[in-house]
Design a protein around this ligand. Sequence first.
Ligand code: TYD
Ligand code: MG
Length: 508
Amino acid sequence: MARLQARFVCQQCGAVYPKWTGRCDGCGAWNSLIEEVARETPPSGGKRTRDRRTERSLGFVGLTGPSILPPRRGTGIAELDRVCGGGLVAGSAILVGGDPGIGKSTLLLQAAAAIAPPIGNSPGEPKARPAMAAYITGEEAIDQVRIRAERIGVTTSPMLLAAASNVEDIVASLDREDSPDLVVIDSIQTMYLETLDSAPGTVSQVRAAAQELIRLAKRRGFVLVLVGHVTKEGVIAGPRVLEHMVDTVLYFEGERGHQFRILRAVKNRFGATDEIGVFEMSDRGLVEVPNPSAMFLAARPSPGPHEIGAVDDQEAGASTGPIHGSAVFAGMEGTRPVLVEVQALVAPAFLGTPRRAVVGWDGTRLAMITAVLDARCGMSVGANDIYLNVAGGLRIGEPAADLAVAAALVSALTETPVPIDTVVFGEIALSGEVRPVGHTDARLKEAAKLGFAEAWMPIRRGKRREEAAATGIATDSIGHLKELVERLARARSPLGSPSRQRRIGVAS
Ligand code: TYD
Ligand code: MG
């Protein structure tokens, strides 16, 4: 008979321990281990190794040969399709993770309601039957989903709705010739298999339930979307334990208090990662934001046709006044350029170690840039408290933001605004050199589209220089971080006192 053996499984990362400990060595989470009972199965194949007759040899093939691209299906939500690499792939499994309350159920209800016939169905082909979607909720009652459907205005959609959490039941109902084309499971943490002893939401249940559903999706060729809540405490398993099993992993992110929601691909077997989709949560569901740059910069005075310089803004009675410590970064998110504002506040540190608070960027890279500013440009940024924020709730991962961060820091320290119509980008080396980055033209074009007139960027030579000029933006090449400091000193507003200039050591 199978022996029952206790083991402790981290609900964040799935690491298994024979004994309970307070902290998981695998992922560093505290108090995330819970006891799960595993049936020890006798090692299979022990007897069979000798029995050659039951073994089948593999049919190896070469790399070239006929291969059929799996059909993709548009959801009617362009931002979602983009993140998935141009539509949902039939027979694939997609995991949508995110904090509770971020809008996962809303997004998927909208997608299920809007699902369209397969892309590329040429007019000559016999008309496929209308696409069908099924939404299975294990979290909410039917009434709650209906109320949401009414709120987002999709009640006329013919989609199928069910409240269930028993995976065997779900598989039995979907394992048919005419299975739906899209199946949404909201959420995988509420699903359970009767054959397992563990409670729903534990790592073993979540994994086994997902495995079962994914196998069915592959067999029947429907798109399976699993919703997974990101959990802070280890009571239920996080979506991370499923990442290796699915084809695509999307995270739905956003700051509480911000309307913006960002859907980010972190793994995609059928497309590029680091593509983002931007949404806004309205009172009638999620609305796509096709031009995120305009949204992220909405709170800034527009770079528009007025003259450079903060003083003009003051004269014009603009409420914002000069913006010290702010630089607009021309970034790339996947294939799309996105402009965001980087804000820095530099204040004298009074006690002990200076404080660092970074939102939306990497703290280690900030430390590197302050060190380069201090060591290569003779400034004293590092001794101050530094607060850095990427406006709008976006997270930047690109090293190309280095120069924008440096510009915001120097601008904050010297109380010199970066000209309002200027975008900044470039990677900073430890020597202080500014290194070129990719997609320069896309960045410049986006900046031009939003009314910016100048770019502080790495040096470009020859033909590439002419290309940059063609975008209609004046490019100001910065080869070394020192040049950025000088550039800002030149742009200094008349309000900056000479004593301040002497103190920070950049006065000529
Ligand atoms: P929900 O999709 O339930 O989040 P999740 O499934 O990720 O837990 O979204 C819940 C939040 O969204 C809730 O705070 C209310 C808000 N919301 C709106 O602001 N407008 C809407 O039209 C809907 C449907 C939800
Ligand atoms: Mg939900």
